[in-house]
Write a protein that binds this ligand. Structure first.
Ligand code: FE2
Ligand code: FE2
Length: 242
């Protein structure tokens, strides 16, 4: 029986720079943010949700670009293991896209938020209890630290919003990183400015963000960005078709 990384010391996980320690730190932060989402409503909940998306999308993008390929190389059943988490990530991308499209008064919105929280919790448990202990068995501390550095580098520059249409695997997701990251991070600034500004400035901010969402929808459709995908995590929809 393998021990979950939730119950191991920093030393056992390979030291402070190990990918396992970095992952656990993000998962703990996510837990706090999800508590905020559960206990707030309206604009306050929007702010909390934005913090969740800004944490989880770059985190997951870097998993798909760096960690799951390493897991597939290290473990004989890596393909099967990573496909399961890629499907979870795909479902999270699709659920969050639906939340972003909904309005506060929409009857299904609370259910969608509940679904996203459940999926995020499930993803963390699968990683901490199954995938990472397996990775830990296959790799030594040095390799875990090296992976930690690459994962962190990608995480800091990755897209911050859901992109269900883009491949969940390299090379498509790696090619998508730069253009979608620039668009997403610009939209984050426009949206948070809009939330804090008087109405004329807010409408300009919101219009700019909508325009960039349409641009992202076009970028997502560029064929090389969809390469590498397993058919079971494929989504045919684009941002502006939704
Ligand atoms: Fe994770
Ligand atoms: Fe994940």
């Amino acid at each position: 029986m393998r021990t979950s990384i939730a119950r191991q010391s920093v030393e056992e996980l390979g030291g402070t720079t190990s990918v396992l320690v970095r992952q656990r730190r993000d998962h703990e932060r996510l837990d706090e943010l999800l508590r905020r989402v559960r206990t707030t409503a309206g604009t306050e909940q929007d702010e909390a949700l934005m913090c969740v998306w800004r944490l989880v999308f770059p985190h997951a993008f870097a998993e798909e670009a760096v960690l799951w390929p390493a897991l597939r190389r290290a473990l004989p059943d890596g393909e099967e293991l990573t496909l399961q988490v890629e499907r979870e990530h795909q479902e999270i991308n699709e659920t969050v896209t639906a939340i972003e499209r909904s309005r506060h008064e929409d009857p299904g919105r609370a259910e969608l938020i509940g679904r996203a929280i459940a999926l995020l919790d499930e993803d963390v448990r699968d990683e901490e209890d199954e995938l990472f202990p397996r990775l830990q068995e296959a790799l030594g501390p040095r390799e875990l630290q090296r992976l930690g550095r690459s994962w962190e580098l990608v995480r800091r520059t990755a897209p911050t919003r859901p992109h269900p249409v883009v491949a969940r695997r390299p090379p498509g997701n790696v090619l998508a990183a730069l253009p979608l990251s620039v668009i997403d991070r610009t939209r984050d600034v426009l949206d948070s400015t809009a939330r804090r500004s008087p109405s004329p400035v807010a409408s300009v901010g919101r219009a700019g963000s909508r325009l960039l969402a349409a641009v992202a929808g076009v970028v997502e459709q560029v064929p090389p960005l969809r390469r590498g995908e397993d058919p079971s995590t494929h989504s045919g929809r684009t941002e502006h078709e939704r």
